[in-house]
Design a protein around this ligand. Structure first.
Ligand SMILES: [Zn+2]
Length: 350
């Protein structure tokens, strides 16, 4: 029986607005997403469990201490200085090698990579609960011998690096899950099927050969996050060859996505990971408001079926996927097909 995890604290964060092409727009990463996705989880007949509190250690294994302090305190500092109800950056350093900024505007520019990760009074509570949800699903696999588990994470995580938020993401839930899995498994892979390149995850593990990162996404030449996600980014130092990007032309549908998935699974198979994290974005959907790719609900079933053939413990971590008339259906189709295949194929996680 597969378990799913979710904490109500994850509903508290609401970034309200972000800036797109110079215009202030409503942010699509809304609490309602989690309610829609939990509806799909219920329809799957899965029990939704609240995570235990595993504390800061698993989070601090991925994120810098300065950054974690920033996320917990910047709202109060911003307010005390007469700032607005959302912390939003307006200047960024060329690089982050200089002295750590003391001023709240400097800190915001240092740690917030774009305007789509505003910090409100409640952001930390939801980001922390989202990370705990990913850890709980991972620990269910590690400690209880489960073959798989689903973490309904919100806010998402894959655009967050060790010290920079971005793209609605604050704490990198998939990276935290992978690092936890490393306690038991020498080699762990993160396969990211979100519409957007998992730039934070790539950056965190870029020089490592023990965590392979693979991402299938809309071509960043034409799409967020623009600066990362090209095929030639393959890792650095010991990590060369352990990062795999498969950018797809805008508008690509089921066939192109499934071919890219076959390529990624072949690369991952050579790596022979002991456990896998799926960064499960659903925004490659043809109905998603971002409109980058055109994967159908049946396409998500086929993606779930292929990923279900993995012969190692697999943690599903929710990433993007925005409100549309098929958001719930896409999750339902993915997990339903994944579970059916996984139950048939996977050996017991001993
Ligand atoms: Zn996305």
């Amino acid at each position: 029986m597969m378990h799913a995890y979710f904490s109500d604290d994850q509903l508290r964060h609401h970034g309200k607005t972000f800036i797109v092409a110079g215009e202030r727009k409503p942010i699509p990463e809304v609490p309602e997403r989690a309610e829609i996705l939990s509806g799909a989880v219920s329809r799957l007949g899965l029990s939704l469990r609240a995570p235990r509190d595993f504390g800061m250690d698993p989070i601090a294994a991925i994120h810098d201490a300065n950054y974690l302090t920033f996320l917990q305190t910047i709202y109060q500092q911003w307010q005390a200085a007469g700032g607005s109800e959302l912390v939003i950056p307006n200047i960024h350093p060329f690089d982050r090698n200089g002295p750590y900024p003391r001023h709240h505007v400097g800190k915001a520019g240092f740690h917030l990579g774009d305007t789509s990760c505003p910090v409100s009074e409640t952001t930390w509570y939801s980001a922390y609960a989202s990370a705990q949800t990913a850890i709980a699903a991972t620990r269910h696999v590690l400690d209880d011998g489960a073959n798989t588990a689903y973490a309904l994470c919100r806010p998402p995580g894959h655009h967050a690096s060790s010290n920079i938020a971005g793209g609605f993401c604050y704490l990198n839930n998939s990276a935290i899950a992978a690092q936890e899995l490393r306690a038991k498994y020498d080699r762990v892979a993160i396969l990211d099927v979100d519409l957007h390149h998992g730039n934070g995850t790539q950056h965190i593990f870029y020089d490592r050969d023990d965590v392979m990162t693979l991402s299938i996404h809309a071509d960043p030449s034409d799409f967020y996050p623009f600066f990362w996600g090209h095929a030639q980014e393959r890792g650095e130092g010991a990590g060369v060859g352990f990062n795999h990007n498969d950018p797809l032309p805008l508008g690509s549908g089921d066939a192109a996505f499934l071919s890219a998935l076959d390529r990624a699974l072949a690369v991952m198979d050579d790596f022979n990971p002991g456990a896998v994290v799926i960064a499960l974005g659903l925004d490659a959907s043809r109905d998603d408001p971002f409109g980058g790719l055109t994967v159908s609900p049946d396409g998500f079933a086929k993606i779930g079926e292929k990923i279900g053939t993995l012969k190692c413990p697999t943690v599903l971590v929710q990433e993007g996927g925005y409100v549309s008339n098929t958001l719930a259906e896409n999750l339902y189709q993915f997990i339903s097909a994944f579970r059916t295949t996984n139950d048939k194929n996977a050996p017991k996680n001993a």
